[in-house]
Write a protein that binds this ligand. Structure first.
Ligand code: ATP
Ligand code: MG
Length: 426
């Protein structure tokens, strides 16, 4: 195929065979968020480049090398969103949603990052995002984590571990920063190129390095926990008390710093060893300074984002069943004059039982050909309408997946016959 008609590297199509499972995961996430009182806030795919630079931070992987940035016809620099928090905060400020109000919102959609594509890492990927703006916690910090823990339980995912840390306030981090720069400067020969560049501009990001050769020097670095200010330490202790009471296990990881600049206090990641190198499924943290930094009033906030591609993979690895996409009924209509009545019957069924999936045979064909299609569709039952049935005002009901004889049912009794066979789904 000509290159022009190939998908862009790192950007995938979701085919019909998989889209049912995508929908199942999306619906599960949405229902959990809604059940906790979060409402959907939709943001555009594109924002001003400046927004991401100001929020995510200039010295981060995303801003330095991962953004899809372009000029529009007017010369404005725009960027495809690499994450949702910046857009959500921008929307909150510009609509005045944060003036003497608190907001609990969720969002889902594609994100774009120019990364090296590999398993679990794509250039267009999908996130489910939850944000609480105007809450200083630690109660809401716990709620964020409890929501995600519920998700794992609901999806039958048991192979995840919670990693937890507190970054303290931006001020308390300054002291730590000095000590950290001193330490890394003393080990400069062990630093890779990226880290050397970050040494004075953003030393904490060195702790987030993915380079295996950097791990020994990172492991020896002083830990932030010792520099935590008293209020942050108390905040963190209260969060852990709620988690302990709720029976949520976690691993304290003093080296968890998260890739973005805006985090403070609580940060967490749900990680798994079942997905190879890309083991972080869900990550979040508190960002008390961001709203003000973007021109709003001081507003404490916290949020998390989950990668849907990684969730899908993990769900399957943990034995999650793919969503059933087959119709309940496949309507076969063979013989002169049967087509229009078949449509009438199918529409009547859809009207009275919208939850039943009725597929009608399209494109005619002999009885045998249509039965083959019915079987291939995966339908549980075939409905058979021939000349004889039409004349008698009946229809044949034939099980396709389970044993049992074909029955003949009067049209008027079809719904009551089907009801116990096809119990209402939720
Ligand atoms: P990583 O360290 O893996 O690059 P990150 O810290 O850049 O992750 P976040 O910005 O916190 O990731 O995004 C939250 C979640 O979104 C991640 O935990 C992951 O599940 C998912 N995610 C991030 N980048 C990608 C990507 N390129 N492809 C697929 N999923 C991704
Ligand atoms: Mg990344």
């Amino acid at each position: 195929m000509s290159e022009a008609f190939q998908a862009i590297r790192g950007m995938a199509d979701v085919l019909p065979a998989d889209s049912g499972t995508w929908q199942l995961l999306e619906a599960t996430l949405r229902d959990i968020a809604e059940a906790y009182g979060y409402r959907e806030l939709r943001i555009p795919v594109v924002e001003r480049t400046e927004l991401f630079k100001r929020s995510i931070g200039e010295v981060t992987d995303i801003v330095e090398k991962e953004m899809y940035t372009f000029e529009d016809r007017n010369g404005a620099s725009l960027t495809l969103r690499p994450e949702a928090t910046a857009g959500i905060v921008r929307a909150g400020i510009s609509h005045g949603l944060l003036h003497n109000q608190r907001q609990k919102v969720w969002f889902t959609g594609p994100m774009f990052r120019y990364e090296r594509p590999q398993k679990g890492r794509y250039r267009q990927f999908h996130q489910f995002d939850v944000e609480a703006l105007g809450f200083d916690g630690p109660d809401v910090d716990a709620e964020m984590i409890l929501m995600t823990a519920r998700l794992w339980r609901q999806l039958g995912i048991d192979a995840v571990t919670l990693e937890l840390n507190s970054l303290g306030t931006a001020e308390s981090r300054q002291d730590y920063r000095h000590v950290l720069v001193e330490y890394f400067a003393g080990h400069e020969s062990a630093l890779d190129e990226d880290s050397r560049q970050r040494l004075h501009r953003n030393p904490m990001r060195i702790l987030d390095s993915k380079n295996p050769e950097m791990q020994p020097v990172v492991a020896g670095a002083p830990v932030l926990t010792e520099f935590l200010d008293a209020e942050s330490a108390e905040h963190f202790a209260q969060l852990r008390e709620i988690l302990d009471d709720a029976g949520i296990g976690y691993r304290l990881n003093p080296r968890l710093v998260r890739g973005l600049d805006y985090y403070c206090r609580t940060v967490f990641e749900w990680v798994t060893d079942r997905l190879g190198a890309q083991g972080t499924v869900c990550a979040g943290g508190r960002y008390d300074g961001l709203v003000e930094q973007l021109g709003g009033r001081p507003t404490p906030a916290i949020g998390w984002a989950l990668g849907l591609e990684r969730l899908l993979e993990l769900y399957r690895v943990c034995g999650g069943a793919d969503a059933r996409q087959a119709p309940d009924l496949y309507l076969v209509a063979a013989g002169p004059g049967t087509l229009a009545p078949a449509f009438r019957l199918a529409e009547q069924l859809r009207e009275e039982r919208p939850q039943i999936k009725v597929e009608i045979n399209l494109g005619g064909g002999s009885f045998k050909v249509q039965m083959k299609r019915a079987d291939k569709s995966g339908a549980r039952f075939a409905l058979l309408l021939g000349e004889d049935e039409l004349a008698a005002g009946t229809i044949g009901l034939k099980p396709l997946r389970e044993s049992g004889e074909q029955r003949t049912v009067p049209w008027a009794e079809l719904i009551t016959t089907l009801d116990p066979l096809l119990p209402a789904r939720d």
